[in-house]
Design a protein around this ligand. Structure first.
Ligand code: GTP
Ligand code: MG
Length: 285
């Protein structure tokens, strides 16, 4: 059940219980909706702190209290810099993330987004490990009309990234976007490989993709990536299939990193700039 529908069960009630009972219910609903424990606890405590007497009956303004707490959590992840307006050229964007979280699709979506906004883009097909990965991004490239720099499968992903950057420098291309593998064959270590690509490509922005459906796993994955490789921003994919809707709060709360975009479908135009108000008005209509 969606967070919105679960909250409905407590929204609109008046004077039936005290603040601490309501806060407990709020907490349970958040957990059931895939908000992680830390974030749910934070929101419950904030809720309680807004009312001086926990034994008091529920005041009329508790809905606005919940709404403002949830808005604040999401607002903390609003990006402060505008990707469309960067100084450096080429501006290098490295995508990392577990397999299936939508890296390749998002690389293509972002290339389209930038190119629709009049920017020049080249993509590095640096997932040289998964069979089909290079073709997958090439097909996207043809559709969008942007150049994909690739080598054969099995070649060094860092070398592909390097080529793409050289290509961009030589042709005055504004953005380089690097797709990477989400899983390694031959026992090669994903994290070591990503560190190497990062060293070689010196990205201006490292973006982690996570899958909203993975919820608490997504939070855990992001923590691991943050510790092992580091990232600057997050894109949360599969928002369209996330029935529960709580993961976005944990992701916004837990890392102190901006959320740039939300993936809202499989099509190349299904990339929406992150907008807390839109999410909140979906929950509190
Ligand atoms: N519904 C939905 N599907 C998505 C979204 N983003 C990606 N997908 C789908 O998720 C699947 C995996 O996406 P990929 O882009 O291949 O994921 P990846 O991270 O590159 O995976 P690996 O290359 O295996 O590491 C594909 O079928 C995509 O179409 C989204 O926002 N919504
Ligand atoms: Mg991929």
């Amino acid at each position: 059940m969606a967070l919105k529908d679960r909250l409905k069960s407590i929204l609109g009630r008046k004077g039936q219980e005290n603040i601490s009972a309501l806060a407990d219910q709020y907490f349970s609903i958040l957990l059931e909706s895939d908000v992680n424990y830390d974030t749910a606890e934070y929101m419950r405590d904030k809720f309680l702190s807004k009312f001086s007497d926990p034994e008091a009956m529920v005041p009329d303004n508790y809905i606005s209290a919940m709404k403002s707490i949830m808005t604040d959590v999401l607002v903390k992840a609003v990006p402060k810099t505008n990707l469309m307006n960067v100084e450096k050229k080429p501006y290098i964007i490295l995508f990392i993330g577990i397999n299936g979280t939508g890296k390749t699709t998002t690389v293509a979506k972002m290339a389209k987004y930038l190119s629709d906004h009049g920017k020049t883009v080249v993509v590095a097909a640096s997932d040289t490990f998964r069979a089909g990965a290079i073709d997958q991004i090439k097909i996207h490239g043809e559709k969008i009309g942007i150049r994909i720099i690739s080598q054969q499968m099995g070649s060094d992903p860092s070398a592909v990234a390097f080529d793409a950057i050289e290509h961009a420098k030589a042709r005055n291309v504004e953005y380089v976007i690097i797709d990477t593998a989400g899983r390694m064959q031959n026992n090669r270590n994903l994290s070591e490989e990503m560190k190497k690509i990062k060293r070689v490509s010196k990205p201006d922005l490292v973006i982690l993709t996570v899958d909203a459906l993975a919820a608490n796993d997504a939070v855990e994955q992001a923590g691991t990536f943050l510790n092992n490789i580091g990232f600057d921003a997050i894109i949360v994919n599969k928002m369209d299939t996330d029935a529960r809707g709580g993961a976005i709060f944990s992701i916004a709360h837990q890392f102190g990193k901006p959320i740039l975009f939300l993936g809202t479908g499989q099509k190349l135009e299904d990339l929406k700039p992150y907008d807390p108000n839109e999410i909140i008005s979906g929950i509190f209509p």
